[in-house]
Design a protein around this ligand. Structure first.
Ligand SMILES: [Zn+2]
Ligand SMILES: [Zn+2]
Length: 278
């Protein structure tokens, strides 16, 4: 299977609207690895393609990466940066595709889709935690994550139904996409361990290096994600061959290359267009 990271940025993307920081300025140069769209991953096998997430930047990505006509989407959760590209697909779904795009997601994400996206043609397929299904020859397992502290924290592991990661297995190889999280249930951790590739949340990676601006103080206490050193400690415990960080923020004010140099040998900062094969 082949994976391509189409969007490597955090929820606000880079450049951030109106931001004049060094990283946002450098991201305006064509081909800069600091230019980052919101999360989306293309997964390909010889049988077909699907996307993980529906990035708000899907319109730009589909042109930039010359995407084929894709009709299958795995959605991790209902936050803006992971799903709201569905609004961009409205006309495409209605007038061009001629059939409904198929969206695989949790029960809570379905409820969100039913409320706010009722006008968009779509077929929603609710997937259950740990129940495997096949998509183009890949065995996909939804992995529940603790992400939305206000909603998830009091739930038992088997009740989690907001945010999912996805384990992808084919020919004995394991790739895992972990969307956003502050903790993993024990059963999810067991499944994720010893993977070939883990694509992990890097929103607050190297947070200790964020310049101390007052407007960022609230972000530093965001309880829905791991922060700073917690991130490296968590991924180090997974025993993955390779760790790739997604959702990279402009807040460190460090370039792609500067961030990469700070990581251990088997860990990588993703960039838009990064290809992985396994
Ligand atoms: Zn900036
Ligand atoms: Zn989120």
């Amino acid at each position: 299977m082949k994976l391509k990271i189409l969007g490597s940025g955090a929820w606000e993307g880079i450049p951030v609207p109106f931001c004049k920081c060094k990283i946002c300025e450098s991201a305006k140069k064509p081909k800069s690895k600091n230019n980052r769209t919101r999360p989306q991953i293309l997964v390909e096998t010889e049988k077909g393609q699907f996307l993980i997430e529906i990035s708000p930047d899907i319109r730009i990505q589909s042109t930039k990466f010359n995407l084929p006509n894709i009709n299958y989407f795995l959605i991790s959760h209902w936050h803006f940066d992971h799903m709201y590209g569905l609004l961009e697909l409205h006309a495409w779904a209605e007038f061009v595709l001629g059939k409904k795009p198929k969206l695989f997601c949790s029960q809570k994400t379905k409820e969100w889709l039913d409320q706010g996206f009722a006008h968009i043609p779509k077929e929603v397929i609710v997937v259950k935690p740990f129940e495997k299904f096949d998509l183009f020859g890949i065995n996909v397992t939804p992995i529940p994550l603790y992400h939305m502290k206000g909603r998830d924290n009091d739930l038992k592991e088997n009740e989690l139904n907001n945010a999912f990661g996805f384990l992808l297995e084919k020919n004995g190889k394991k790739a895992v996409y972990l969307a956003d999280y502050y903790k993993l249930p024990n059963k999810s951790l067991e499944l994720v361990k010893d993977s070939d590739i883990v694509i992990a949340d890097g929103t607050y990676l190297f947070e200790e290096m964020f310049p101390n601006k007052p407007e960022q103080n609230d972000l530093k206490s965001d309880p829905d994600h791991l922060h700073g050193k917690q991130i490296l400690d968590f991924v180090s415990g997974l025993n993955a061959k390779k760790v790739i960080f997604h959702s990279i923020s402009h807040l460190t004010e460090k370039s792609h290359e500067e961030l990469q140099k700070l990581l251990p040998r088997n860990m990588f900062i993703s960039y838009d267009g990064m290809e992985l094969e396994l």
